[in-house]
Design a protein around this ligand. Structure first.
Ligand SMILES: NC(=O)c1ccc[n+]([C@@H]2O[C@H](COP(=O)([O-])OP(=O)(O)OC[C@H]3O[C@@H](n4cnc5c(N)ncnc54)[C@H](O)[C@@H]3O)[C@@H](O)[C@H]2O)c1
Length: 438
């Protein structure tokens, strides 16, 4: 398995001043030409990088999102993930598989450089669904290659990564490339109808927003004989901050994105976040916390709140509580209820239209925009929601107030010195008051 060097890994997470030096190798004239003329072509060549659960689902949704979409290349660090993903996509596509799943063995790649090989396969669209740590580098390479992108959330795990993503967003705008970020709730009909009304003033000026993501723990993979430290961490990636960003960034970012949405996507000025690790122990749990409680402050003095928890045997909740001058609304992500009420409890509006599959909707929207133009690009907004989550983690880990500017300009890179399949100590669990804010 070849290695991704630190230079390459960091290339995608570097500030605009240090543009990746391997970009030239990825400037694919075919792909650029193809993307520019997608509207007049019948076939859109799709690749997937990160062939896990979400990559499999998203690849199928991409194929269903456009009758001309054909899967031509696949890549993952682990070869068996590529094969199981290929089998699952073929099964899901049923009798369409022979025509729509055309990624033969020679275009199924593994290793840390698999993403480059996928992008060298002459793509129009790529699905980026590896671990969050790699998203900035993969996104930048895709944009350099002139390929439209579907990128899962979160878009980065640290400030340098967000800066890279913002630069990719700018380049994608310049090249008129589509970039749709997997903040899927933005593509849920009931949710977007509700938030559009909120943004248009249906609740009056918002006075309080509290979003929650309280859930149980995620799976763990006990160490197997023959696994190096790096492989062990990669296979338990949710539990290692350098790979996932911690659960406030990896999972709860959905609810922080909805907090941002409620506030008209205005960046908060600063955050104070408490957090810790009360119920996690054992090597598979790496160094992540299991709870966070963030207080965001805005330029006009308002405060919004986000709480998240991954602890078993506690009540679950995934709800947005919005209170405004004129009324309130409680939006439950898991048991869809979309309505707006006056302060006396009267229901003033409720969504009654159809609710489709938001995961499918986001691909339909991307492909439609590629065909009809202009290509949809919500990358900048996705980077901002990602940064809002990262700044909460930075505050919780250090115990300090973290401003938006501080997080955006942070020099803290979570990338390891090297990505060799060898020894790699588990990073220490952060201790507020001791862990430094960088
Ligand atoms: N929008 C949603 O509701 C939603 C749901 C699930 C997951 N996700 C996101 O999707 C992403 C993937 O999550 P998942 O559940 O599919 O995880 P997963 O572990 O099932 O799959 C990730 C795959 O990426 C591969 N990978 C890791 N690093 C790579 C690299 N450098 N190059 C190539 N492949 C690499 C892994 O080997 C793995 O097969 C995460 O960012 C997660 O937050 C979003």
């Amino acid at each position: 398995m070849s290695e991704l060097t630190r230079r390459e890994f960091l290339a995608g997470t570097a500030a605009a001043a240090t543009i990746p030096t391997f970009a030239g190798a990825l400037a694919l004239p075919h792909a650029v030409r193809a993307a520019a003329h997608a509207g007049s072509r019948s076939t859109l060549r799709v690749g997937v990088i990160g062939c896990g659960g979400r990559g499999t689902g998203a690849a199928v949704q991409a194929l269903r999102g456009d009758p001309g979409a054909v899967l031509v290349a696949m890549g993952d660090v682990f070869p068996e993930r590529v094969e199981s993903c290929h089998a699952a996509i073929s099964k899901a596509m049923g009798d369409q598989a022979p025509e729509r799943v055309r990624a033969p063995e020679e275009r199924r790649f593994s290793g840390f450089d698999a993403y480059r090989k996928v992008l060298e396969s002459g793509l129009d669209v790529v699905v980026l669904t590896s671990y969050p740590a790699f998203r900035p580098a993969h996104l930048r390479a895709a944009v350099d290659a002139g390929v439209h992108v579907f990128a899962e959330k979160p878009l980065a795990v640290d400030g340098p990564g967000v800066r890279s993503v913002l630069e990719s967003a700018r380049l994608a705008e310049e090249k008129k490339l589509g970039v749709v970020v997997g903040f899927c709730w933005r593509f849920n009909e009931g949710m977007s109808a509700t938030f559009e009304r909120v943004n248009a003033g249906a609740l009056g000026r918002l006075l309080n927003v509290h979003t929650t993501y309280h859930t149980g723990t995620l799976g763990r993979r006990p160490r197997e004989a023959g696994w190096s430290d790096l492989e062990f961490q990669m296979r338990n990636w949710w539990h290692f901050t350098w790979l996932s960003g911690d659960h406030v960034v990896e999972q709860a970012v959905h609810s922080i994105d909805r907090l941002m949405w409620a506030m008209g996507d205005e960046p908060p000025v600063r955050v104070n976040c408490l957090g810790g690790r009360a119920a996690r122990a054992g090597p598979e749990h790496g160094n992540v916390f299991d709870h966070f409680a963030a207080v965001y402050e805005y330029a006009d003095g308002r405060r919004t709140f986000h709480t998240c928890r991954q602890i078993d045997r506690c009540p679950s909740d995934n709800t947005d509580y919005l209170y405004g001058e004129k009324g309130w609304c409680v939006v439950n992500g898991w048991q869809p209820t979309y309505s707006i009420r006056a302060h006396d409890g009267r229901e003033e509006w409720a969504y009654s239209g159809p609710i489709g599959d938001m995961y499918q909707n986001e691909h339909n929207a991307l492909f439609r925009s590629i065909r009809e133009g202009p290509p949809l690009n919500d990358c900048r907004r996705g980077a901002h929601s990602t940064l809002a989550a990262i700044m909460a983690r930075m505050s919780a880990y250090t115990g300090q107030t973290v401003t938006w500017e501080k997080a955006l300009n942070s020099q803290e890179s979570l990338a390891p010195e090297s990505l060799e399949w060898g020894e790699r100590a588990t990073p220490e669990v952060a201790v507020p008051g001791n862990t430094r804010l960088l």
